[in-house]
Design a protein around this ligand. Structure first.
Ligand code: GLC
Length: 774
């Protein structure tokens, strides 16, 4: 091994391995793992191949995972140690690819990992964003966004010689393909293909993350999810989406033909999974390219329908994309005749049922659908194209991502579609990479589990159940407690180093890490903090000291989410300055929460906060990650929490709040009035009013907190006040339980032992058996 490393060092840096600095070592190691992965690659031409199309891939750092998957981590660590280095130091200089946002993008990455581990052929296709989502910083207790230029540093991307011309109505761009080899525990490797343009220009970004949205030649591949609060922003998203799918279609058809198959056999040799609606233009684009190559329109529709499958990740209407017809006509005129014909097919079949049509007029009733409304919803009678509708009609499968979510799709959101295509609908409960989120990032836990039950669980996660035989073994439970404690110390050290905030590892680590959205209800957790604070001031202390840890980015244009971050940061500062309160309660919002941070926080979590308004969180995957690492969940009966509760049993999860059915009813009947709860409950009123108190406003921008306060008592669209009292009650019970260490560790062990179902390996097998058949 050392010979290989020396050779590579000579080649890249003209010197031997031991003379390299950390960044150079990173480059050499990443080069080595890429080389080894590329050698692994096998192309079985006669098997069907999956193309996983996604606007985002939240892949996280790659080096450690690659070394582990290649089976050379220990060897490399030894060599590094001989040179006075640790792998952690090298990892610290590795940039985290900034190609994703939240659960949807992380799911895509877990899927690539599992596909590769199961030796299934499946590549990802996406965009090479230069500046990513954004990097989060805090100033005056508010979120500020700055670019995240991850490509400037050494990274693992490989530039290929594949180029394509992508045509838009008003311009033509040359696309270049970059590859990232993906490792898993299997013997093959898959590839993430990321398309880019050579004319992208980071220097047009000024003043945070602002730039000229019209300058497509320069801005196309700069940001993931650029601000779409105005028409130019929405147009940029259409440019990006078409760019992605046009390149994907070229790639898919080229590989098909290179493997000696005819275009007519597309569905036999390829399957395209459409990850949410962002890549749904792949449908008309594939039809366009097939017909251009001589296939009749009807046949092209049939082939494409048999090739594509669609995953829905949310029932929030704001995420089910609808593009103005006129915008599509301007940006991608080549798709318009196809979209029109697809629409005709549907309107001829279902003339009366307008909700099934692809091209529709915007009805006035969209006005109130969401609290972060987009202006175009309120325009009357403009024609819009419903991307999800197109994806459902012209693909072979539609799936939800947890049982409850799929049920809601069938019975509610998509019920008209379910009526006509019951056979297309199925559930595929999400899963996570156990490798990344425990075996490699919480090695101490994984090694101990191996000592107890052998390492069979790494191939078959259901074997974690065998841990149940230790449920009454105090020695084992104490060891698990010790491992948790060590993880908490690691996290505390890291936070001290990077954020200069001290966390006491004897406190309960209560963790809510996820994007910031009102439906996820970080504001309810903040109200819990306030309630606890007010009680402490009255001499009523929590049963055990608790540290509430948040990690979340808010979309730059989502004012209410940023106001909630502001509230949390103000609370953090208030308590930092109050020695007495700090003995019982701490709050921290970590800066720029990302996958790297997640891998450090998750092993240290005692409590996993999964408190979305029931019916709104399609699945959640952080819930699975923390469960796997022995945290106990407090949550609503929402998303995959429902299935977690089934696996661990009601005694090992803390459930509160109104059910999905009750919530859906409240929306239907307009039956929720937050003001009533506020007026009729003193504790709720006190907590809510504290948001605009003098004490807090010392640290705050009053206008932001006033807006939040006003919203909570007049609207509260995601019903934080509805469940607040129940939440406080149940959370305090859980905290009390923590004082019985054996009982708490038992719950923790039950959670680990029953997490097997939530491995992405299982999810991928489900997709493969029912949809992909690779
Ligand atoms: C979206 C959903 C989340 C789900 C994820 C992956 O981010 O909001 O609930 O877990 O997609 O499906």
């Amino acid at each position: 091994m050392i010979n290989n490393l020396n050779q590579l060092s000579e080649k890249i840096y003209n010197t031997d391995f031991k003379s390299l600095d950390n960044e150079q070592i990173y480059k050499v190691l990443s080069e080595l793992s890429n080389q080894m992965l590329l050698q692994r690659k096998q192309n079985s031409k006669d098997k069907r191949k999956l193309y996983y199309l996604s606007a985002e891939f939240l892949i996280g750092k790659l080096l450690k995972n690659n070394l582990e998957n290649l089976g050379i981590r220990d060897e490399i660590e030894k060599i590094l140690l001989e040179n006075g280095k640790t792998l952690a130091q090298i990892e610290a200089v590795e940039p985290e690819p900034s190609l994703g946002n939240g659960g949807l993008g992380r799911l895509a990455s877990c899927f690539l990992d599992s596909l590769t581990s199961l030796d299934l052929k499946g590549d990802g296709v996406g965009i090479n964003y230069h500046l990513g989502l954004f990097k989060q910083t805090f100033k005056n207790n508010s979120q500020l966004e700055i670019p995240n230029p991850w490509l400037e540093k050494s990274n693992a991307l490989i530039k290929t010689d594949v180029t394509n011309i992508v045509k838009f109505g008003d311009l033509e761009l040359k696309a270049v393909m970059y590859d990232l080899p993906i490792s898993g525990s299997g013997q093959t490797s898959n590839t993430l293909h990321l398309f880019d343009i050579e004319t992208a220009d980071e220097s047009i970004v000024k003043d945070g993350i602002n730039f000229d949205k019209k300058d497509i030649k320069k801005n196309l591949t700069l940001f993931l999810y650029p601000d779409d609060s105005d028409l130019d922003g929405r147009h940029l998203r259409i440019y990006q989406q078409y760019f992605m799918v046009c390149n994907a279609a070229y790639l898919i058809l080229k590989e098909l033909q290179d493997n000696g198959h005819s275009l007519d056999e597309l569905d036999k040799y390829a399957v395209v999974q459409i990850n949410d609606t962002h890549p749904s233009m792949i449908i008309p684009e594939l039809i366009r390219q097939l017909t251009q190559n001589g296939i009749a329109f009807e046949r092209a529709v049939e082939i494409v329908t048999n090739t594509c499958a669609y995953t829905n990740h949310t029932i929030l209407l704001e995420a089910l994309e609808k593009w103005p017809y006129e915008s599509l006509k301007q940006i991608v005129p080549q798709l318009i005749p196809i979209i029109n014909k697809l629409n005709e097919i549907i309107t001829e079949k279902y003339p009366e049922n307008e909700s099934l049509h692809i091209v529709r007029n915007v009805p006035m009733k969209f006005k109130k659908v969401s609290s972060i409304n987009k202006p175009y919803y309120i325009l009357k009678n403009i024609k819009i194209v419903h991307m999800a509708t197109m994806a459902i009609h012209f693909s072979k499968s539609t799936n939800g991502v947890a049982q409850l979510h799929t049920d809601i799709l069938k019975e509610d959101t998509l019920k008209d579609f379910y009526k006509i295509y019951p056979e297309k609908f199925s559930n595929k409960t999400n899963g996570i990479s156990f490798r990344r989120f425990m075996y490699y990032s919480n090695r101490q836990l994984s090694d101990y589990i191996t000592k107890l039950i052998g390492d069979g669980y790494k191939k078959d996660s259901n074997k974690l159940k065998e841990l149940m035989k230790y449920i009454d073994d105090e020695k084992v439970l104490n060891k698990f407690a010790q491992i948790k404690k060590d993880a908490k110390i690691n996290l505390s050290n890291y936070i001290k180093e990077t954020e200069n905030i001290y966390l006491d590892d004897s406190y309960i680590f209560d963790v809510q890490i996820k994007r910031l959205h009102e439906y996820k209800r970080q504001q309810m957790n903040a109200l819990y903090v306030i309630d606890t604070y007010l009680k402490i001031k009255k001499g009523i202390y929590p049963a055990h000291p608790i540290c509430v840890i948040f990690g979340a980015k808010a979309a730059p244009a989502y004012t209410m989410a940023k106001n909630i971050i502001h509230l949390i940061l103000c609370l953090q500062q208030l308590i930092e300055n109050d020695k007495d309160v700090q003995k019982h309660l701490k709050v921290i919002m970590v800066t720029n929460y990302n996958v790297d941070y997640a891998e450090k926080i998750i092993p240290a979590a005692d409590i996993s906060e999964q408190i979305s308004l029931a019916s709104k969180e399609a699945s959640g995957t952080g819930n699975m990650k923390m469960m796997l690492n022995g945290a106990v969940t407090i949550g609503t009966m929402d998303g995959a929490n429902v299935e977690i509760a089934e696996y661990v049993g009601k005694e090992n999860i803390y459930i509160f709040g109104k059910s999905a059915q009750e919530v859906i009813k409240l929306y239907e009947t307009n039956g929720y009035k937050s003001s009533e709860i506020y007026e009729n409950n003193q504790a709720v009123k006190d907590a809510v009013d504290f948001i605009i108190s003098d004490e807090l406003n010392k640290y705050a921008d009053l206008t932001k907190l006033e807006a939040l306060h006003y919203d909570l008592i007049t609207k509260d669209w995601f019903m934080a006040l509805l469940d607040l009292q129940d939440y406080i009650k149940v959370k305090n019970k859980l905290i009390e339980k923590y004082n019985d260490p054996i009982a708490y560790r038992k719950m923790s062990l039950v959670n680990i032992a029953n997490s097997g179902y939530f491995s992405a390996d299982r999810t991928i097998q489900d997709y493969n058996n029912d949809i992909w058949k690779l």
